[in-house]
Ligand binder design. Structure first.
Ligand SMILES: [Zn+2]
Length: 217
């Protein structure tokens, strides 16, 4: 049994998953050749929330929203591993996320997200439904209400909404596009070190990527 817990990143949460749901398992198995691993810990970046990268504007309101979402959806997680309260359907007999529910009903798994809010811009992007509910929409709830709703169509508030929407999107992309690669590289480094020994890269072409020492500078 192998049990890995990656702590290198500031964002995301770790969760123990069956190996058939772990993206690292096949890589580990091919390197080790022995199917003795029964579980591993997978870093789920979507399991966090923007509060882990950017502090909420209004911590009290953010706490209240999270508590309400958790109360509505109950505790636990979907069979797929999804555990963010906002991504779980409230009142379900057993926890199920929006994505699994839509998959079961052969419905689209993505939502259109208004980057600057519906009142400020018609520009939308498609994002996975669970991420839309628990990341991007959740982040917008933390905006000043007047900016998000912009009832008088103020050009200044529209500008503010574009800035906020772009910042939220960048944080989302950093988490979902980039940070998992760092975790995967760190896990692979550990696996190769265990298999081939320390400084395993010395006799490979990867040596050219070795960071320069002070004496080389
Ligand atoms: Zn699910």
């Amino acid at each position: 049994m192998i049990h890995r817990h990656l702590e290198s990143s500031a964002a995301g949460r770790s969760k123990t998953l069956p190996v058939d749901k772990c993206v690292y398992f096949s890589m580990w198995k091919s390197l080790n050749g022995k199917p003795r691993q029964v579980s591993c810990v997978l870093k789920i970046y979507t399991g966090g929330g923007f509060s882990e990268m950017l502090p909420p504007r209004n911590p009290r309101a953010a706490y209240r929203r999270e508590a309400i979402a958790a109360r509505r959806s109950g505790s636990g997680s979907c069979d797929c591993g999804e555990s963010r309260p906002e991504a779980l359907i409230p009142g379900s007999e057993s926890p199920i996320c929006y994505a699994c529910d839509r998959r079961r009903n052969v419905r689209r798994l993505t939502d259109a997200h208004h980057i600057a809010g519906r009142s400020n811009s018609p520009i939308m992007i498609l994002v996975p439904v669970n991420d839309h509910r628990s990341e991007l929409s959740k982040a917008q709830y933390d905006w000043p209400k007047k900016t998000l709703q912009n009832p008088d169509r103020s050009p200044l508030l529209t500008g503010a909404a574009h800035l906020r929407g772009f910042a939220d999107l960048m944080v989302y992309l950093l988490k979902s596009f980039l940070l998992w690669v760092a975790d995967m590289l760190e896990l692979l480094d550990t696996i190769l070190e265990q298999k081939l020994g320390r400084k395993w890269w010395k006799n490979t072409k990867l040596k050219t990527f070795e960071p320069k020492s002070k004496s080389d500078a």
